[in-house]
Design a protein around this ligand. Structure first.
Ligand code: X8Z
Ligand code: ZN
Length: 597
């Protein structure tokens, strides 16, 4: 009898386990995804609140709270990715299959399954972000400069000694991050491998609706398209800097010292316009001056940004945006000043956090950040996993494409400028624009060329800094202004490395934004030269743009691109067309000069 009972028990148990192992159905997958999205959505709100507080009030406690919240998100995501494996091979409708794909890609810092290692990693991530936010250059005199002061001084000073001192000073924030960064790379790679990726870089490259290698090849194609334009600009700027500082400081046929370009990372050269050999008033106006003349404050600048979007038919920002955003640097505490846009509840609680200065560069950045917020609101009715940019480059390009439409004609329309400058001002205005958008291109590309190799192990910690400068020379044609060694960790002095934000998105954005801009000009019925087009007030342009925005990440990005522009490829022809008159002019000026370094 006993034996029979035992046999029966075995039979029953094996039937139960068979039922559990039996092939899951489509209904199971739908149910799983519904629950997964609900759980992640709730955790993301918690994570956003913790992140907001941490970056607005940097203390040991807020750092710990934020690390905990991220730990919870990572734990849940890793667990869901693991559980989702049982649906591998199940035939699903494209929408659902896309959600499973996006779930696997959703962590930019994939964590190991082991909770001890996972906690170690989320703590490191929070501490690096906080270190950057707290970062200061403290001089021997005891005076300390935060990033806003360093940036202002780098923009204004023309004294090579002072520039060098500021450059070296800011880069002292890097070395203390080095060991934690290396450990972060190890742990995150372990997490990526456990999810089935070769390493974290491979995971990042998988987010573009094509195989990761095809994406790398596409970047190369785009870079080759715009590289000649960059070289023309580099050659002209270098020749002018040789005139200003002499051949002993700036080698006429070598890379440009990275501290002379008006920006601590040499990624945006707009501030050196006055030393580039053009007459002082050649642009017809100086946006910084206009903003100051109008006595605009930080909030006033954001109001102008909002006004551009509403003129195109977008609804105004909610009241809470104005109550909860941070527009100016608080005097009494450390905050992460690096500008960012937030969508706290994945619905209407939109905010920006930015230490705005009344100057042209920040006017553009305000539009950049609002672009994120208007995108977020446009896709808020999508399911949770589709609440994102078509790809991350789209998210970065929205506000920038609006900022391109901040032309003299626009400034006149909104009462910031009295008289539109004559056509002769076009070259100076285009040069000004190129110092921002074209100078940035190689920088936008190289950060992740470095990080992808760091994640793959091709660049070892012992070569972090050497490899960094090799890439900066190769792509940007800049050199460190003073000898560097492996006691330095210069990548850590850039926010996105410290905060683990992927960077290729900005390279893509700087190409896409011209495509968006050209398409909106067309939608607005504009037919003149591209660089003078504004679509301020065009409801047609707004409606067309919105078609792309409201899709979020629900479809592969070429579908979204098509909805917004009629094109299916990311392509440099719009940026080339925009700058064509300038490139012709630059090449005439550059006759007889060596191109490259
Ligand atoms: O980080 C940003 C934005 C926030 S997403 C201000 N940008 C990059 C940078 O500052 O390095 C915009 C341009 C490139
Ligand atoms: Zn951005």
């Amino acid at each position: 009898m006993r034996r029979l009972a035992a046999v029966l028990a075995v039979i029953v148990l094996s039937a139960i386990s068979q039922a559990q192992n039996s092939k899951p159905t489509l209904a199971d997958a739908q149910e799983f995804m519904k629950n997964a999205e609900a759980r992640l959505s709730e955790l993301s709100v918690k994570g956003n609140r913790a992140g907001w507080v941490q970056e607005n009030f940097i203390t040991d406690d807020t750092e710990a709270i934020s690390a905990d919240a991220n730990d919870e998100i990572s734990a849940a995501t890793t667990e869901l990715v693991e559980q989702a494996k049982r649906f591998d091979g199940l035939k699903m409708p494209p929408d659902l299959a896309r959600k499973f794909l996006l779930l696997r890609l959703s962590l930019t810092a994939p964590t190991p399954k082991d909770p001890v290692l996972r906690k170690e990693m989320t703590k490191i991530a929070a501490s690096l972000d906080a270190d950057y936010g707290k970062g200061k250059y403290c001089k021997a005199s005891g005076e300390c400069l935060d990033i806003s002061s360093v940036e202002t001084k780098m923009a204004e000073s023309r004294d090579p000694q002072e520039l060098l001192d500021l450059w070296k000073g800011w880069h002292t924030i890097g070395p203390p991050m080095r060991d934690r960064f290396a450990r972060f790379v190890e742990l995150s790679n372990q997490g990526a491998r456990e999810m089935g990726f070769k390493d974290t870089g491979a995971l990042w490259r998988s987010g573009y609706d094509m195989p990761p290698d095809a994406f790398s090849a596409d970047l190369e194609r785009l870079w080759n398209q715009v590289r000649p334009l960059y070289l023309s600009l580099h050659t002209y700027v270098r020749a002018q800097l040789v005139k200003k500082y002499g051949p002993n400081v700036v080698p006429p046929d070598g890379p440009i010292p990275a501290d002379l370009l008006g920006n601590i990372w040499a990624q945006d050269w707009t501030h050196i316009f006055p030393i580039l050999g053009l007459p002082e008033n050649s642009r017809g106006y100086d946006l910084t001056e206009l903003l100051k003349e109008k006595n605009l404050d930080a909030k006033g600048m954001v109001k102008y940004g909002e006004g551009f979007f509403t003129s195109m038919g977008f609804a105004p920002l909610p009241k809470t945006f104005w109550e909860r955003s941070l527009f100016t640097k608080p005097a009494d505490r450390d905050v992460v000043c690096h500008a960012s846009a937030w969508d706290i509840d994945n619905q209407d609680d939109l905010r920006i956090k930015m230490c705005i200065l009344v100057r042209d560069e920040d006017f553009i950045t305000v539009h950049h950040e609002l672009g994120h917020n208007f995108y977020q609101r446009a896709y808020k009715s999508q399911p949770f996993l589709f609440e994102n940019g078509a790809n991350d480059g789209f998210h970065e390009a929205i506000g920038d494409s609006i900022a391109l439409a901040v032309t003299p004609e626009y400034l006149k329309k909104v009462g910031l400028l009295d008289k539109v400058p004559p056509p002769e001002a076009d070259i100076p205005l285009l040069l000004q624009q190129a110092l921002d958008r074209v100078a940035f291109l190689p920088f936008g590309l190289l950060i992740d060329q470095w990080r992808w190799k760091v994640f793959s192990g091709e660049i070892k910690p012992a070569d972090y800094n050497k490899a960094w400068w090799e890439l900066r020379k190769k792509y940007q044609g800049v050199a460190p202004p003073v000898e560097r060694t492996e006691a330095d960790f210069d990548p850590g002095a850039k926010y996105h490395v410290a905060a683990n934000v992927p960077y290729t998105r900005y390279f893509l954005a700087h190409i896409l934004e011209f495509q968006f801009y050209r398409a909106m000009c067309k939608a607005a019925g504009y037919t003149g030269p591209l660089n003078r087009c504004t679509f301020y007030g065009s409801k047609e342009a707004g409606a067309q743009f919105n078609k792309m925005l409201e899709m979020g990440q629900s479809k592969p990005w070429p579908d979204a691109l098509e909805a917004g522009t009629g094109e299916r490829q990311i392509d440099g022809s719009a940026i080339i067309e925009y700058f064509a008159p300038l490139q012709k002019w630059l090449d005439e000026q550059n006759k007889g000069q060596k191109v490259g370094w």
